[in-house]
Design a protein around this ligand. Structure first.
Ligand code: FES
Length: 111
C-alpha cells in the first residue's frame, strides 16, 4: 500500500501576487519558489547555507530560502529577484527620483 504524503495548505504573497498552495512539510522555500511557482531566479548555489544565491526578502528581511521551510512562510510576503526586477523596471518607466539607486547599480555592474 503506497504511503500517503501529508500536504499542508499555505497562503503567501510573492512579488505582490497572492498565492495559495499545498506543500509537504519538508519542502524548502527555495523549492517552492523554483519548482512550485516557477520563479527560477532564486538559485541553490551550495549545500552549506553559505553562498546566499537563494536570498529573498521575507516580510522585508533578507533570508536564505534554503534554510526556511515553505510552511514557515505561511502568511508572509516574499520578494524574489523577479520582483526586484519588476520594481526596477517600474521605476525606470516612471522616471522616478528613486531611479538613482538602480542606475548606479547598473553602472557599477557594467564597469
Ligand atoms: S543555496 Fe547557498 S545559502 Fe542557500
Amino acid at each position: 500500500m503506497p504511503e500517503t504524503i501529508e500536504r499542508v495548505p499555505i497562503k503567501l504573497k510573492v512579488n505582490g501576487k497572492s498565492r495559495a498552495v499545498s506543500v509537504e512539510p519538508r519542502t524548502l522555500l527555495v523549492e517552492l519558489l523554483r519548482e512550485g511557482l516557477d520563479l527560477t531566479g532564486t538559485h541553490v548555489g551550495c549545500d552549506t547555507t553559505y553562498c546566499g544565491a537563494c536570498t529573498v526578502l521575507m516580510n522585508g528581511a533578507a533570508v536564505k530560502s534554503c534554510t526556511i521551510f515553505a510552511v514557515q512562510a505561511d502568511g508572509a510576503e516574499i520578494v524574489t529577484v523577479e520582483g526586484f526586477l519588476r520594481l526596477a523596471m517600474r521605476l525606470l518607466h516612471a522616471g522616478s527620483a528613486a531611479l538613482h539607486l538602480p542606475t548606479a547599480l547598473v553602472k557599477q555592474a557594467a564597469e
